[in-house]
Design a protein around this ligand. Structure first.
Ligand code: GDP
Length: 177
């Protein structure tokens, strides 16, 4: 079955997004303490695809050794999993483009990993501000990429962007059949 993996900086809202997508409130553990997910969790959705929860990256307070282990885990998963159809990279829509996200995306490009962007927490500021941050992020990517990836704007709080994401996954699944 195809796998769609979710990744992002710790505290970006990944667990909340996974819970929104799957309609569970406690499937992926949400936490105000960043960096809780250390394992790779697989969730079977509609008997047709796997949602893969990858550990958050870029939480320096965890210590060098742990960060190195997480990095290896992520790299191993992303590069070895041939059944991974798309990697959703979560980006906090409140922030201007963050170096760590841009570097991770650059690494995906160098390794030809297919990805899409999910801008999270859009309810936290005005729609105008979200749009501005999203555009800045995409403009930054345009400096290095000929083509922009698919992208989605979500709020797990307001439950927005859910259907768009699920529709996208289903449409990609259909092309694989
Ligand atoms: P993770 O570390 O990436 O899994 O992040 P979590 O899903 O645990 O979320 C981190 C914090 O951000 C928690 O306090 C969540 O309640 C909050 N959060 C996550 N998504 C949203 C959202 O869409 N809107 C708002 N307002 N808060 C969110």
């Amino acid at each position: 079955l195809p796998e769609y993996a979710f990744i992002g900086r710790s505290n970006v809202g990944k667990s909340s997004l996974i819970n929104m997508l799957t309609n569970h409130s406690k499937l992926a553990m949400t936490s105000s303490t960043p960096g809780k997910t250390l394992l790779i969790n697989h969730f079977l959705i509609n008997n047709s695809w796997y949602l893969v929860d990858l550990p958050g990256y870029g939480y320096a307070q965890r210590g060098k050794k742990v960060m190195e282990n997480i990095k290896n885990l992520i790299q191993h998963y992303v590069l070895e999993r041939i059944q991974m159809t798309c990697l959703f990279v979560l980006v906090d829509s409140r922030l201007e483009p963050q170096k760590i996200d841009l570097q991770f995306i650059e690494w995906l490009g160098e390794n030809s990993v297919p990805f899409a962007l999910v801008f999270t927490k859009s309810d936290k500021q005005s729609a105008g501000k979200t749009k501005q941050n999203v555009e800045r992020f995409l403009d930054t990517l345009k400096e290095q990429w000929e083509e922009l990836p698919p992208y989605f704007i979500t709020s797990s709080e307001k439950k927005t962007g859910r259907q768009e994401l699920l529709d996208y996954i289903e449409s990609v699944n259909r092309t694989l059949q």
